[in-house]
Design a protein around this ligand. Structure first.
Ligand code: PFF
Length: 453
């Protein structure tokens, strides 16, 4: 049997996994959720969820991937052959494939906004014009599709290049670039006049706002943001070397992901408060209000407004493309390993399929807006089905599988690199996988499906 490809370095493995985790979930969804749930108190609960639930499940997914040396679609079949657990792997592949379709649409919007920022499309507009601009664009039958195609082609070529030359190399360039842009923008935003109110909103918790809804909302956000629940990180872990420390890698990914999310908050809230925009504006916070924020904040210096807008949307595009790569890889590796397609053939199938889902998702916001399922347009329905049902389900199964099913010697062996590392956290880790995580996820479900009222 030929040796399985692996990341060339431990740093490469961390950056690739962090590249998957850091994406639209951090820069767009996290500030929006924080804004809707009252600010600092939500962030504290979110941090608790990342470290108590997220990291153990991430280590569990790493264990499944590295031990099986198979993509998520084949990992369970390899570890416990002939059982129904293989369906959990297939569920992960399907989830990733569906998310890739609509996620790429939003990713494409970031490219349009880079173009608009570069070509002066934001200058001289009144606030209401940004709303019209966003609606006209996102509902247009063809323009968003061009950008969708661009995102999928970029993703496609990186994935076809393979694990080391494509995924690892691109992450090594894109991730540091992203950190530089995000830190510069945060500094820029925090020095705007009136920015203190935004900082206060982010840093002073109001515990009267911590309701069960906040707690469960934060857990859902942790899953999406850490790329948990669909075997994305377990597929990446199948390329980890023997010496990769799973606990340490999970900790690094968790810290990087959280760092980017909090810094995104530091860009968005001080800037929004500085020009009197409400923090709970939702998706519009990024695509409607931010161009306005940059224009107003730097009204005397159009060049700076242009540079900041371009930098922000480049950041969003980079963050989302390292995530689309990981989503694409899950399905490509599955077709490659399960059906023996070459990687490029597998990638062509995945890209074409995602293009179809992307086109449907994009039209669902425009020409097919009136077509709904249970009151949701197709775009929102896909988001609901994948992020709110399939990801928590997949995460719960991974926790139960490693906590209850997998041989104890394997579970301990993987976190200690078969005796080479100390892992004093092991008993706590197992306790969380067996009890805390499954029960917590069931609670998310009950909440997300509205059963708690
Ligand atoms: N974690 C990504 C984000 O925050 O944007 C989204 C994502 C990627 C979710 C990969 C799930 C996944 F498997």
């Amino acid at each position: 049997m030929s040796e399985r490809v692996s990341f060339g370095s431990r740093m490469g493995a961390v950056l690739a996994a962090a590249g998957s985790a850091v994406g639209l979930g951090n820069v767009w969804r996290f500030p929006y959720e924080t804004g809707n749930h009252g600010g600092a108190a939500f962030i504290l609960v979110y941090l608790g969820c990342v470290f108590v639930f997220g990291l153990p499940i991430m280590i569990a997914e790493f264990t499944i991937g590295r031990r099986s040396k198979a993509c998520t679609g084949g990992a369970y079949e390899t570890l416990v052959p002939g059982t129904h657990w293989r369906w959990v792997g297939y569920l992960g592949v399907l989830t990733g494939f569906l998310i890739l379709g609509y996620y790429s649409v939003v990713s494409g919007w970031t490219l349009e906004y880079i173009w608009q920022a570069l070509s002066g499309g934001f200058s001289g507009k009144a606030p209401v014009d940004y709303v019209t601009m966003f609606q006209d664009f996102s509902q247009h039958p063809f323009r968003p599709l061009l950008w969708l195609l661009a995102v999928l082609l970029i993703t496609h070529f990186i994935v076809v290049k393979g694990v080391k030359d494509g995924i690892e190399k691109s992450s090594k360039v894109m991730m540091p670039l992203l950190f530089i842009i995000i830190v510069l923008l945060a500094i820029c935003s925090m020095t705007l006049p009136g920015a203190e109110k935004g900082l206060e909103f982010l840093l002073y918790p109001d515990f009267s706002k911590v309701t069960p809804d906040v707690f469960l909302g934060a857990m859902g956000q942790a899953f999406f943001s850490l790329s948990l629940g669909m075997g994305c990180l377990s597929t990446y872990a199948s390329y980890f070397g023997k010496k990769t420390n799973l606990g340490q890698t999970a900790m690094s990914v968790g810290i990087i992901d959280t760092f980017v999310a909090v810094l995104s908050g530091l860009i968005i809230f001080p800037a929004a408060f500085s020009v009197g925009i409400q923090p709970d504006a939702g998706p519009s916070l990024i695509f409607i209000t931010l161009p306005n924020v940059f224009q107003e904040a730097f009204s005397g210096v159009p060049f700076l407004a242009c540079v900041c807008s371009v930098a922000f949307y480049v950041l969003l595009a980079l963050a989302s493309i390292t995530s689309t790569i990981s989503l694409h890889e899950v399905s490509t590796a599955f077709l490659h390993e399960k059906f023996n397609f070459t990687r490029s053939r597998a990638a062509v199938l995945v890209t074409s399929g995602s293009l179809v889902i992307g086109v449907v998702s994009s039209w669902a916001l425009g020409i097919w807006k009136s077509f709904t399922i249970c009151g949701l347009n197709l775009f929102d329905a896909l988001d609901f089905l994948t992020a709110k049902i399939m990801l928590p389900l997949g995460g719960m199964f991974a926790a139960v599988f490693v906590g209850w099913m997998l041989d104890r010697s394997i579970v301990k062996g993987e976190v200690t690199n078969y005796g080479m590392l100390k892992s004093s956290y092991y008993p706590l880790y197992i306790f969380i996988l067996r009890f805390v995580a499954p029960i917590g996820i069931v609670l998310i479900f009950v909440n997300e499906l509205g059963l708690l009222g």
